[in-house]
Design a protein around this ligand. Sequence first.
Ligand SMILES: O=C(O)[C@H]1O[C@H](OP(=O)(O)OP(=O)(O)OC[C@H]2O[C@@H](n3ccc(=O)[nH]c3=O)[C@H](O)[C@@H]2O)[C@H](O)[C@@H](O)[C@H]1O
Length: 438
Amino acid sequence: MSQLKQISHLDNIPSTPGKFKMEKSPYTHRLRWHSSLAKLTFWSFIFLGLILIFFLRSPSSSSIPSDPSRRSLRTSNWGGPAWEKRVRSSARVRSRNGISVLVTGAAGFVGTHVSAALKRRGDGVLGLDNFNDYYDPSLKRARQALLERTGVFVVEGDINDSALLRKLFEVVAFTHVMHLAAQAGVRYAMENPSSYVHSNIAGLVNVLEVCKSANPQPAIVWASSSSVYGLNTKVPFSEKDRTDQPASLYAATKKAGEEIAHTYNHIYGLSLTGLRFFTVYGPWGRPDMAYFFFTRDILKGKSIPIFEAANHGTVARDFTYIDDIVKGCLASLDTAEKSTGSGGKKKGAAQLRVFNLGNTSPVPVTDLVSILERLLKVKAKRTMLKLPRNGDVQFTHANISSAQRELGYKPTTDLQTGLKKFVRWYLSYYAGGKKSAA
Ligand SMILES: O=C(O)[C@H]1O[C@H](OP(=O)(O)OP(=O)(O)OC[C@H]2O[C@@H](n3ccc(=O)[nH]c3=O)[C@H](O)[C@@H]2O)[C@H](O)[C@@H](O)[C@H]1O
């Protein structure tokens, strides 16, 4: 900067000697001017060269955008022979007819359970997660530790990092991608809308871009949401029902994801299956979800806000237990047909599916609280509040006949049984107040 100023200063030297006190001859001055310019050029080249070397040597640094939508997103640290060896070993198939799966959002609630289940049956699994702080990252680290014990390596990185994704496909020819990384939560979308666009739209497109160029192209199963039904009033919700009235930005980004999936299937021959999850709950769950923070607050003696519709109308959810969801995810992977394209070109029509994965028996939120009271042996302090108009819908109810027919999906866990397992996990995980459920 100061060198640049110096140049312009030199350029502005007045040509009339009378106004300028010459101590040395003009010739000497010109010589010094030339040598300064040469020095400046020399050092500028060195400086630019160093910048270039820095960017070429660190593949991840150029591709992580500065991201205001995330409160904490650490720069990923990947690459090198030891790292590639871990990636390869984690993704190695260990059973006959096994598949090799890249699981995005692997340190998330559903991602952890799906990764562990795939690994258990001998599939190759590599996890990817950015460990953002939407909720307590220490819970994500604990899930990561759990996965590492089962032999699943979770790479720390963002789905928007195309260089990282391309590298992963260079190291492993994944047959499948289970894309679960997303910004979840319907109410948080009012607080941080750009995080939904970043993960659920830009991130999805980035994943699909890399998949469409991979050779061979993988088949992709990804997480959509029951929230796409929005203000739909026809129950139970069927995949054929309208989904053009989302009630939250979260829902709108998931709906957009379904349309984006259609495009990539149509243009590039990618095999794509979207799963509309219905309020998934269970051990290792998400602390931002009602059943989780109700448990925490009931135990703390804090009052819990329970939403009700107009005229004390019931608010209900088709709560679905995690083990049932995992079975639906694995069946989707197993029935996914191969993508048809190669080298970014479509070779023929490819499979495009959407399934509801719900429980088919909605339960009022007030009943959820009663079950928790019984399991925790603590009376809840209930505060009834009007259902806020910030994304919540009054009820959800899945029609699962399509998943039943095509995937053999059959949920078997009722809310009472599932919450019992959750509470047992919760009490042991946060045992003795050693960890606190933030
Ligand atoms: O199926 C989905 O696609 C979504 O499921 C989940 O959303 P929801 O079904 O809204 O779950 P969740 O917040 O646990 O509220 C549960 C119930 O408690 C009520 N609720 C909630 C908060 C509160 O303070 N009080 C209250 O009564 C509330 O009105 C609701 O009736 C996922 O978070 C979301 O990421 C997405 O995956």
